[in-house]
Ligand binder design. Structure first.
Ligand code: GLY
Ligand code: MN
Ligand code: MN
Length: 533
């Protein structure tokens, strides 16, 4: 009896200690993830939009090689995450419009997921597996992804199969894509060309034809683009009629891709309250980081060191990642829109453009500040900065329900053009694009350049950036005194009924406030490390 009691006590102690161990672990994990009810609600919302007799097929992203046998940190496909909460590779989710009747009961979704593998998991981390997806994510029909190829699901019987473009590098997802191709007729085209065709069909609108032509100029001179049946007529005559023809031809051939894009844009472009909360956190964290970097910046610092301060602050607040590769560009580097090298060892007395933001639980912020490293804007820098600021202020006023997206762009061009003419940098308004080559806004969410209905009016609870910018690289046809000035101010707003809510308020925007913040002290002023030997 005694011995049993001892074993029982030992077992109990053990259970108690295991329990408190697991409680310690869960107590120290974040508690603000999206819930399985959120993801289920999104699947129901999708079903409502799907056409009759249709199925949506969503694949996980492939893994990407970083170096030989080392992969990049895995980033889930935002669509798959949105509809399921699943963050692993080797998976495919099928969402049916109507209830299906199978041998083992009725269902309206099937999920094929990465199988458990204790040996691999010891090396590369935990996997949810079939049981975990059932219990944690709330799906009932879950199978190992190896079963997809031979599963009895017959995709040919559906009037529309909605799916996204298959990436060029299929990697570890090749087996699942091939199984899909065997189950349904996937129209094929050179993938690079198809990507461009899809992008234009999905995101082209009469207001951005000019920018499309400039952006793809090099490609459009190549035979595979200019002779392409979809692109040829549009390249020849880039107007709204050719664009409409391209779209309707695209819809006829790639109906599944077009419908997929439409539905993702409609759903993901308007944020649910839980999503707004996560974006707010991502933006608040990013703005606090910008403020700290302003306090810390000194002419002797390197671009990389500034990047490091951002990333430290992001992680201090629990952000898992950056929403995109950080851009920290001093002087001339500030004129390179997506400068990512960040390898200048001393920023000196230059203007530093910093487009850096956090990703929190999958949701990205997108914030840019442009700061004089020595704390004082020169007269020329100040003039450009004020112009960009003024454009931003005017665009904020348009950020409300019902305003066509294109008005934001038109207003930005108008203000920047007038300002650049006044400063003597351009002589006619149409030259504004020389110094303002990008768009003023994009949706922001699970993707930094998020899905959304770009051709339509703004709606409540959309989240977009407002990011005018002027970039005057050396050699530009204007007075030398403007050369190498690159200024972008980028903020994130939630669209409301009558006005927007600015989320990135913790990062100063006015030039006077930026100068004040640079004069302030930072805890990083105290960071002293030994020199390398
Ligand atoms: N950070 C990329 C962008 O501003 O769009
Ligand atoms: Mn942006
Ligand atoms: Mn940005």
């Amino acid at each position: 009896m005694k011995i049993y009691k001892t074993i029982f006590v030992a077992a109990l102690t053990c259970v108690v200690s295991i329990r408190s161990f697991s409680q310690t672990i869960s107590a120290s994990l974040p508690k603000d993830y999206l819930t399985k009810e959120f993801h289920a609600g999104r699947r129901d919302a999708l079903r409502k939009l799907m056409p009759d007799n249709s199925v949506t097929v969503i694949f996980a992203y492939p893994e990407r090689v970083f170096s030989r046998d080392v992969n990049y940190a895995y980033h889930p496909n935002p669509d798959l995450y949105y509809f399921s909460g699943y963050k692993e590779t080797s998976a495919v989710l099928l969402i049916f419009k109507d209830t299906q009747h199978g041998q083992d009961g009725d269902y309206n979704e099937l999920f094929f997921v990465q199988s458990r593998d204790p040996q691999r998991e010891q090396w590369t981390g935990r996997r949810l597996g079939v049981e975990g997806v059932k219990s944690k994510l709330g799906f009932s029909k879950v199978y190992n992804s190896e079963e997809f190829a031979n599963s009895p699901v017959d995709l040919k019987k559906f009037s529309t199969v909605l799916y996204d473009g298959i990436p060029e590098d299929e990697g570890n997802m090749k087996g699942l894509y091939n199984a899909f191709r065997n189950k349904v007729n996937v129209p094929e085209m050179d993938k690079d060309v198809q990507e461009v065709v899809s992008m234009i069909a999905q995101r082209g609108n009469p207001g951005n034809i000019g920018r499309i032509m400039t952006y793809f100029k090099g490609k459009f001179e190549q035979p595979e683009y200019k002779d392409n049946e979809f692109l040829g007529p549009f390249i020849n005559k880039p107007d709204s009629i050719s664009l409409a023809e391209l779209k309707s031809k695209y819809n006829a051939r790639f109906g599944g891709l077009a419908a997929y894009a439409d539905e993702m844009n409609a759903l993901r472009g308007v944020k649910q309250p839980e999503e707004v909360e996560l974006v707010k956190k991502a933006v608040e964290i990013s703005s606090i980081a910008h403020a700290e970097v302003m306090r810390a910046i000194k002419p002797g610092m390197s671009e990389r060191e500034l990047q490091g301060i951002f990333e430290y602050v992001h992680k201090k607040y629990g952000a898992e990642d950056e929403g995109y590769p950080p851009i920290v560009g001093a002087g001339a580097n500030g004129c390179i829109l997506h400068y990512e090298e960040n390898n200048v060892t001393e920023v000196n007395n230059q203007l530093v453009l910093m487009d850096v933001a956090a990703e929190y639980h999958g949701y990205s912020a997108d914030v840019t500040r442009t700061v004089p490293a020595n704390g004082k804007f020169t007269e020329e820098q100040k003039a450009i900065y004020q112009l960009v600021y003024d454009a931003q202020e005017e665009v904020f006023k348009l950020c409300k329900d019902g305003v066509p997206y294109s008005q934001l762009e038109d207003k930005t061009e108008e203000i920047l053009a007038n300002g650049l003419i006044k400063l003597g940098i351009i002589s006619k308004a149409e030259d504004v694009r020389t110094y303002y080559p990008h768009g003023v806004s994009h949706h922001m969410g699970l993707d930094v350049h998020d899905k959304g209905e770009y051709g339509k009016p703004l709606k409540e609870n959309m989240i977009i950036t407002v990011e005018p910018g002027i970039y005057i690289p050396a050699g530009s046809k204007c007075d030398k005194k403007w050369w190498d000035i690159g200024v972008r101010i980028e903020d994130d707003v939630v669209i409301g009924k009558d006005k927007c809510t600015l989320l990135s308020i913790d990062a100063p925007r006015k030039w006077q406030d930026v100068e004040k913040m640079v004069a302030d002290r930072s805890i990083f002023d105290l960071a002293k490390f030994p020199p390398l030997k």
